[in-house]
Every structure is written in C-alpha cells, then in structure tokens.
Design a protein around this ligand. Structure first.
Ligand code: AKG
Length: 277
C-alpha cells in the first residue's frame, strides 16, 4: 500500500478570506501533481497568537471547514485541514479536521497539550490564556493507512505517539508552527524521535515564515521514515513538500530491528487512561 502525501507550507496572513483562498489554490496544485493526502499547517486561517484566537474562532462546521469540504470533494483527496481556532460554546480549541474525498468529516482533533512555555529572554507563550485542551486521541482510517493526528506541541509527548502506533497508525501528521527558539533544535529531532521510537512515518506541516508576524514560524515542513531518516523537507518559504510513501517500508524496518515485538510489556506498558465517553 502506498500514498502520495503533500505538505502545504503556506503563507498565512491577517485576512481570513485570503488565507482560505490561498489554501484552496495550493490544495488544488498539490492534487494536480498527484497527491492523494494533502495536509495544511497549524492555524492556516488565522495568524498564530492568543490574542487572534478569539477573533478568528468559528464553529465546526463553519466557513473555514466549508471551504475544506469543497477542496476535498473537488480534488478527490484526503485532506488533513491543518488547524483552526474552533469556537464551541464559550470555549476555544485549536482543532484539526480531516475530510475524505467525498467531503465527509472523518476526524476531528482538538490539540491535547497546550503550548505553555517560558524560556526567559527568548519566548514565553501561553496558549491556555485563550484556548482549552481537547481530550481525545484522533485516529483516522483511510484505504491507504490509519493516520494519527496531533497538533504541534502534541509532538513533544512520546506517549501519545506510542498509543497511536500501538493502535495501528502507520503515519502521524502534526500540523505545527514551531518558532525561532525551539525550531532550530527541536523540530526535526522530535519528529525523527517519534518516527524512530515507533518505527512509523511522521509528517509535520508548518506555515511559511513571516518575519513581520508577532510569532515567527520556523517552517521546514518535513517527512521522516520509520528508519528515522528525513525523506523530504523544505526551507522556510511557501512551498509544497511531496513524498511517495510505501508502507511496506514500515514492515521491513520492523522485521529488521524488531523492537515492536521485543518490548518487555511484562515490565512496562504505555496505555491510555482515558475513560470512554
Ligand atoms: O513546542 C514548541 O517548541 C512549539 C510548539 C508550538 O508552537 C505550538 O504548539 O503551537
């Protein structure tokens, strides 16, 4: 089984209609090059920042997801819709919605781990000032593979990726927007770690860098293989990263270095503690 994955590293600005139009145009371009799974970056319809989230937030379904439905249908692709600030009652979430080629919503992930960090003199960011965390793992079945979805800071939590891998996900997609402090050292390292630990494919999709934005994104959307090597990547400008994924590679790596069956689950185990709803 194989797929052609496209990561749309798009420029995001202050105008929501412009962001939506740009996303639609780039999704179409990716599909015209043969991609059957297309992924957008975190916060693709809004600048990234806690003061912007309440202003740009909208319900799901809403205008932004309506645009995504149309793009998925018109281009007959699986669409991992980056993320948008989602308004639900008096709460706002950072949410990724996944559509099938008929435009059906087949997954909805609310960022589980909020990006609250403080690196003195470098970066302080507190998503929890305006966002609430989601409480659900998001695994999506496609004919090509089961996908696991996380958003940005979620990638720092190894347990989440382990639970996805344990449940049969072969490709993890993290729309994300690292920054100029953590990006250079942590962005690629984290995705290679998640890929190598779990022997799965990992993809990250960033917005393009805007030096004038209040939050400057690192860029470097990337795909890593189960062997831990970078299969495809880019710099920080607007770009589309393409990669052909052969899921047979995953079985190959797992049989060569069989850590998945060598785990000492008699001594330790990673599992969800979430009670079912
Ligand atoms: O973990 C990091 O360094 C960056 C995370 C981030 O930017 C986010 O979660 O949106």
């Amino acid at each position: 089984m194989s797929c052609k994955l496209a990561l749309v590293q798009m420029a995001v600005g202050a105008s929501k209609p412009d962001n939506l139009a740009r996303a639609s145009r780039l999704i179409k371009e990716a599909a015209s090059k043969g991609a059957n799974i297309v992924a957008l970056p975190e916060c693709f319809n809004s600048p990234y920042g806690t003061s912007y989230f309440p202003e740009y937030a909208e319900p799901i379904p809403g205008p932004s997801t309506d645009t995504l439905v149309k793009s998925a249908q018109e281009n007959k692709i699986y669409l991992v819709g980056g993320s948008i600030p989602e308004k639900d009652g008096d709460k706002i979430y950072n949410t990724c919605v996944v559509f099938d080629p008929s435009g059906n919503m087949i997954g909805k992930h609310r960022k589980m781990h909020l990006f609250d960090i403080d690196v003195p003199g470098k970066i302080r960011f507190q998503e929890s000032e305006t966002l609430s965390p989601g409480d659900d793992f998001t695994m999506v079945d496609t004919p090509m593979c089961k996908l696991g979805i996380g958003i940005c800071y979620d990638i720092r939590f190894a347990e989440m990726a382990q639970i996805y891998a344990k449940n049969g996900c072969k490709l993890l997609i993290y729309p994300g927007a690292f920054n100029m402090t953590t990006g250079p050292v942590h962005w690629e390292l984290l995705q290679r770690a998640r890929a190598l630990d779990n022997q799965i494919f990992v993809a990250t999709v960033s917005p393009a860098r805007d030096e004038n934005a209040s939050y400057v994104a690192w860029g470097h959307s990337t795909v890593v293989s189960p062997w831990g090597d970078v299969m495809a990547t880019t710099e920080h400008q607007e770009d589309i990263v393409y990669v052909d994924i052969d899921f047979g590679r995953l079985d190959e790596v797992r049989s060569q270095i069989p850590i998945t069956v060598q785990r000492r689950n008699d001594l330790y185990n990673v599992e969800t503690t979430k009670k079912s709803n």
